[in-house]
Design a protein around this ligand. Structure first.
Ligand code: UDP
Length: 329
């Protein structure tokens, strides 16, 4: 039996594949390589290049392989892009999920761990955010993930497909040895941009908005180390395979850092001065997103070990300084 990792060539998916293989699990990867990198795929994983919206191709993978469960990372995930290309997000994310669940049902595959997001909550008055807080997304990305969760809920009722939806807060860091890490083109995430600036690849970091109602006027986010995040996926998979009920968990560190604090910490970790420029607010950005992850700790027994901000930035720094051009030669 194998675990199918959809989006296993992407930043988070590739870390999941490495960890599963480390734990001697048989892994099948499907990725359309639109944002993922072939080099990020573990050599021991069986790889199919394909898009989950392509039903025939997905059926082919389920026909060829004995799939026991699915980890679903294959989605578009940029808040700002979703504001200008909403249909891309509903097509890739929501339609992709519809095809996937239909094919899982056809092949009687009953377990899925899904990458959801804090963006499902939108602007919450409750901080830290727990899973019972109402979801009111402020961008199509968050809306698409909320819809995907709803579709899973109805497919559970109709077909008995069990799911765990993991609502990530801000994922960063990399595997300590610098073999795989974060490489987006274009890069739009804060920590990689800050580190590329420290490396001299960029002149400055633009701070998107310094007039938010926060301690220093910049947005606050909760950063979780990718390795800790992946441990939660493995626990969630075990939880489902053990026959437990479908549910949603937040994954974060329970601590919020402002954009300015991230830049200051990166200056300490890298020993480099990082130039900044003040810019306008970015479309769709909620001011504060901080998680309560107590539920994942209580039910899954999740124990984040690396999610202090210095370690996250340090591990990302190792990846960026060893691979200044990412996966490109
Ligand atoms: N951000 C910024 N400058 C950048 C990139 C990001 O000020 O060049 C801010 C962004 O507005 C947000 C925070 O950093 O408040 C985290 O953004 P990121 O894109 O990393 O993750 P998101 O929270 O959008 O998922």
């Amino acid at each position: 039996m194998a675990i199918l990792v959809l989006g296993g060539a992407g930043y988070i998916g590739s870390h999941a594949v490495h960890e599963l293989i480390e734990q001697n699990v048989k892994v099948v990867v499907m990725d359309n390589l639109e944002t993922g990198h072939k080099k990020a795929i573990h050599p021991k994983a069986k790889f199919y290049k394909g898009d989950i919206r392509d039903r025939d191709q997905l059926v082919e993978v389920f026909n060829q392989e004995e799939i026991e469960g699915v980890l679903h990372f294959a989605a578009s995930s940029l808040v700002w892009e979703s504001m200008i290309k909403p249909v891309k997000y509903f097509d890739n994310n929501v339609y992709g999920m519809m095809v996937l669940l239909d094919v899982m049902n056809q092949f009687n595959v009953k377990n899925i761990v899904f990458s959801s997001t804090a963006a499902t909550y939108g602007e919450s008055d409750v901080v830290p955010i727990h899973e019972d807080v109402s979801t009111r997304p402020t961008n199509p990305y968050g809306e698409s993930k909320r819809m995907m969760e709803q579709i899973m809920k109805w497919c559970e009722l109709a077909h008995g497909i069990k799911y765990v939806s993991l609502r990530y807060f801000n994922v960063a860091g990399a595997m300590r040895d610098g073999i795989i890490g974060e490489d987006h083109d274009p890069e739009t995430h804060l920590i990689p941009i800050v580190l590329e600036t420290a490396l001299g690849k960029r002149k400055h970091v633009t701070i998107f908005g310094c007039d938010y109602d926060t301690k220093d006027g910049t947005c606050i986010r909760d950063y979780v180390h990718v390795d800790d995040l992946i441990q939660a996926h493995i626990l969630a998979l075990q939880y489902l395979i053990a026959g437990n009920e479908s549910t949603v968990f937040n994954l974060g560190s329970n601590e919020g850092y402002s954009v300015k604090e991230i830049i200051e910490t990166a200056e300490i970790v890298t020993g480099k001065k990082i130039q900044t420029v003040l810019g306008d607010r970015r479309l769709g950005d909620p001011p504060i997103l901080v998680a309560s992850s107590q539920k994942a700790k209580n039910i899954l027994g999740w124990e984040p070990k690396k999610s202090n901000i210095e370690q996250i930035i340090y591990d990302a720094w190792i990846w960026h300084s060893k691979n200044p051009n990412g996966y490109r030669e």
